[in-house]
Design a protein around this ligand. Structure first.
Ligand SMILES: [Zn+2]
Length: 335
């Protein structure tokens, strides 16, 4: 009798340390290397070093994010506080009680931690270095955070590919790591674009467990070859401009209209919908405008949407939505 072994990643299970559902409908493996997603170099460039106590405020559940930074920080010799997300008050207690000197997470979550600390009358946070990723970092927010104490460097990467860009302490664009290939291409034709042109980030990571070749990230960016004052050579990502398709990134998660359509299909009373993304200070706000007949359980709808896209929208009833109105409206600006 012939038996078959299911190998979801194409390598033996013994070669996979952990398995994840990435943000999107993909399963991602983690290979056996201690710093599998290659963030140790970027964190070192941002001033992280052995002996630091680092608050890692990204999710460890289901997605690779927490493990990505955790492994890299351990590789550097840092003590990691696996704080994850949520429960801000408890997080502030950990930051203070353990005298954390480093922070890894989204910039908006860092701001919320400082706001909570101020609310609790705690002015003794000891953060010196912050490495932020997963969201846009407007210059105004960076200034605000740096005024509170830490130097703020940003990184760029994806759950599938790991590190693709990082700022050194000069903070003049993001260096492309030497172990990744980043190309900027025309999103319609796939043709490579010259340095300085805005196009889609397409990346290649030649990793044995999970080699990824010319993966289209859906992010729009531009590269420069001008040398960085820090002395590192090679290309830098000047900045991430936005998203290519209809999907928008909200609080670090991609939200695609198709995901919302699936939820709306369970609410026959809703005839039309539109998701509006705005920004209040450093926080993305999601409003789901719906045209509905009769009663509508807005709480249940918000919960169902949150279950799918991981971000809870405010549900707002609208009298009408125009024919051909976009399903996703991104009204955020990045000054
Ligand atoms: Zn540099």
């Amino acid at each position: 009798m012939r038996t078959t072994t299911r190998r979801p990643f194409g390598v033996p299970p013994a070669d996979v340390a952990r398995a994840f559902l990435s943000p999107g409908p993909l399963f991602d493996p983690q290979g056996l290397a201690p710093d599998y997603w290659r963030w140790a170099g970027p964190l070192r460039a941002a001033g992280f070093e052995a002996g630091m106590v680092v608050h890692c405020a990204v999710s460890y559940h289901g997605t690779p994010l927490g493990w990505m930074f955790d492994g890299a920080l351990r590789e550097l010799g840092c003590t990691v506080i696996p704080a994850g997300t949520g429960n801000t008050e408890l997080q502030v207690q950990m930051l203070r009680g353990l005298a954390a000197t480093g922070y890894v997470g989204t910039p908006s979550a860092l701001r919320i931690l400082y706001e909570k600390a101020a609310e609790l009358g705690a002015r003794d946070l000891t953060l010196r270095r912050a490495f932020v990723a997963g969201e846009m970092l407007p210059p105004s927010l960076r200034r605000e955070l740096q005024d509170l104490g830490p130097t703020v460097c940003q990184g760029y990467g994806t759950a599938d590919l790991g590190a693709l860009g990082y700022e050194c302490l000069e903070r003049e664009g993001m260096h492309v790591p030497t172990d990744a290939v980043v190309e900027i291409v025309d999103p319609r034709t796939g043709e490579a674009l010259p340095s300085g042109a805005v196009g889609e980030v397409v990346a290649t990571v030649n990793e044995r467990t999970y080699p990824i070749i010319r993966f289209g990230t859906g992010d729009l960016a531009l590269l420069t070859e001008e040398p960085c004052p820090c002395g590192r050579t090679g290309e830098r990502i000047v900045r991430i401009v936005g998203r290519v398709g209809d999907a928008v990134k909200v609080r670090g998660m991609f939200v695609h209209p198709r995901q919302v359509d699936e939820v709306i299909a369970r609410f026959p009373e809703v005839s039309r919908w539109q998701m509006v993304v705005t920004r209040d200070g450093a926080r993305d706000l999601l409003t789901l405008r719906v045209v509905a007949a009769g009663e509508l359980d807005a709480t249940r709808l918000a919960q169902n949407v949150q279950d799918v896209i991981k971000v809870r929208p405010d549900v707002e009833r609208a009298d009408a939505l125009a024919d051909g109105a976009p399903k996703m409206r991104d009204l955020r600006t990045w000054e």
